[in-house]
Design a protein around this ligand. Structure first.
Ligand SMILES: [Zn+2]
Length: 312
């Protein structure tokens, strides 16, 4: 199993159908498990997907329409039941605070889960944690909606042959990483000569929105883009009326952004065959995965670093 992958929980917009659960997904990223937009039934979808609710570290909600949040009470109560006592971070549009308050107190429950709320008031960086930063951008929907981007900072990859050639070993490697330079047998070794650039990976989550520049900016160069595609081009009038994207528009967003892989989800109940959405998006972007409930989609392997040859 990849240690960076998307686990699709549900793919239906507005209402669950016989084939699709309400919308929702989790992103496994090393030690983080980020839950996005828990629609109704998320708790059961987690079970079917083999993902432990107790492992969720953060929850991001794009907006407070029901297909993106009605599963929140169940998930939070389940985490309490499972004895989670570490903080869980919850990110959401600040204007949705009253709905978040109600969802967090939707039924009689003994609430001991330490939830840290992060209402988002505008575009920009929202939070950082070891090796990852969370950014938000306002999308263009009928109520406040934010898209999310997770960005790993660029780093460096150590080259074992180069280290060995210069006699750098053991504790000296740690010192080299921390201080950028180390002296071995009187010779100076810099981190640049024994490592190569390692571009950070990134992920974007673009939900309910019209076509907008913010969607493209969020997805700029990401390794994995999850994008709503509620309708097909033949329903462009519905997409415009309800402020949603068609599959073609989702493909155009991915292409304009230079994303690497596109996952389509949040399908209208009018369509039971998601391959129609993939076909349409492929007219604009090659690597398209039209999600089915419980699919697992790996974050593509890291891009090879550019302009750097191993030395040593
Ligand atoms: Zn929706």
């Amino acid at each position: 199993m990849s240690n960076r992958e998307l686990v699709v929980l549900g793919t239906s917009s507005q209402v669950p159908t016989r084939e699709r659960a309400h919308h929702g997904a989790v992103l496994r990223w090393d030690d983080e498990l980020v839950l996005f937009d828990p629609g109704e039934g998320t708790q059961r979808q987690l079970t079917l997907a083999g993902v432990s609710a107790a492992s969720i570290t953060r929850i991001c909600i794009t907006h407070l329409h029901g297909d993106h949040c009605l599963g929140l009470p169940g998930v939070l109560q389940r985490m309490t039941l499972d004895g989670v006592d570490r903080p869980v971070d919850l990110y959401f549009p600040a204007s949705g605070q009253e709905y978040v308050d109600r969802l967090r107190h939707a039924s009689a429950a003994h609430d001991t889960l330490p939830v840290r709320e992060h209402p988002v008031h505008g575009d920009g960086p929202v939070d950082t944690w070891p090796g990852l930063a969370l950014h938000a951008r306002a999308l263009d929907h009928r109520i406040d909606a934010y898209g999310w981007r997770l960005q790993e900072p660029d780093g460096r990859r150590m080259l074992p042959d180069a280290l060995a050639a210069r006699g750098v070993e053991g504790a000296d490697i740690g010192r080299l990483v921390r201080e950028g330079v180390v002296h071995v047998d009187g010779r100076r070794v810099s981190v640049e000569e024994v490592s190569e650039p390692r571009p950070g990976q990134s992920f974007a989550f673009v939900m309910d929105t019209r076509r907008c520049d913010a969607a493209v900016d969020l997805a700029r160069g990401v390794d994995l883009l999850v994008c709503e595609s509620t309708y097909l081009t033949s329903e462009q009038d519905l997409a415009d009326s309800y402020a949603h994207l068609t599959a073609a528009q989702a493909g155009q967003v991915a292409a304009a952004a230079g994303a690497r892989r596109l996952v389509l989800t949040h399908f209208s109940q009018r369509h039971s065959d998601e391959t129609l959405f993939a076909e349409e998006a492929r007219g604009f972007f090659p690597d398209v995965h039209a999600a089915r409930d419980l699919d697992r989609v790996p974050v593509p392997a890291r891009r090879p670093s550019e302009g750097s040859q191993p030395r040593g």
